[in-house]
Design a protein around this ligand. Sequence first.
Ligand SMILES: Nc1nc2c(ncn2[C@@H]2O[C@H](COP(=O)(O)OP(=O)(O)OP(=O)(O)O)[C@@H](O)[C@H]2O)c(=O)[nH]1
Ligand SMILES: [Mg+2]
Length: 365
Amino acid sequence: MFEQRLAEAFAALGCFNLAVFGKTGVGKSTLVNAVFGRDVARTGVGSPVTRGLVYYRHPDGFLGIYDSEGFETGTAGDAIVAGLRSLVAEHRAKAVDQQIHAAWYLVRWSDRRFERGQEQFVRELADLGLPVIVVLTQVPNRDGQVHPEAAEFARYIEGLNLPVSPHGQVLLTNALADPFTGSPVYGLQELLDVTYEVIPAVAEAALTAAQVVDVGRKKKAVAAIINQAVVVAAGVGATPIPFADAALLVPTQVTMIARITAAYGLPPSRSRALATAGSVILTGGATMAGRYAVTSLLKFVPGGALAGSAISATVAGALTKAVGHAWARVCEYALSMGDADRSAFLSSPQVTEQFLTYLKGERRS
Ligand SMILES: Nc1nc2c(ncn2[C@@H]2O[C@H](COP(=O)(O)OP(=O)(O)OP(=O)(O)O)[C@@H](O)[C@H]2O)c(=O)[nH]1
Ligand SMILES: [Mg+2]
């Protein structure tokens, strides 16, 4: 049951599709890696969609990248635009989650040149109806100050009044810390924030799951999921359930933890392992812990002996909330690990142990 709920939860995220343009070596792959925590081009399955443009759908399903590999302006740029035009037209007839939601146009600051051809290309992208964000890459910075010449270059491009977001502005980024110059990674949060501003609402959940820059957004999405489940569970609890049937809350909680897992963007490719952990937890752990919680909570309710025959709306809600928070902590713990460690963790019995430990902690607080 959990495996199916998990598949549904991931499917419900849809897919966020981003097109990334810029000359070879500007740092397209590096920036995508920094924002999405994975080399989509290397791990995804690529298919050429039009001349000069390859679409990579990440195996996790909720992220797609259009990468203009070996991109050059001029004739090649014209070919890409022509190809994109028919692609965008074709997409109009399709579901929104298959469309290109945003385009990043990358310029390496040290090139210090923004040619007519590049300007033309950006304008044509915008003409196609794509929201475009212009990004200066590999910009060194020290003590919170960007390289003054990079700032000057950005102002030069802004002077062209390109139809780009936000308000013709150019974003400055560094996607890779440089130990030699001491430049830290920066500008990614701003790039992400602007990206959220330009994409359709339907792509937001997938972007939140796919990106790794802003964990706060994931937490907010998860809090909303938990709150919804609490409301449903309270409804279940409001119809007095015989005490032994705390298990009636399980379907609500299964759906909830599947949706939490998806919202954090944990790899569904590990779903079999997660599914095992999920079922163990819910058929054994949560119901047992739930019964325990109910009995101990009822001790504090006046006339508890009588009420002991049913789960109240309050108890059902509180229990579901505790399960949700505990599972969220397990997911966040997994998220904080490197890929290899995460895979090992997700397929180990540690998932169950951690969950139960957190659940007991939640109950106490
Ligand atoms: N310090 C620093 N180095 C970067 C940054 N972005 C890219 N680089 C370096 O620049 C080189 C090229 O980066 P890629 O991300 O491969 O460039 P690309 O645009 O994907 O290039 P193609 O795939 O050939 O079109 C690599 O050696 C990166 O390590 C950055 O933000 N800061
Ligand atoms: Mg690349």
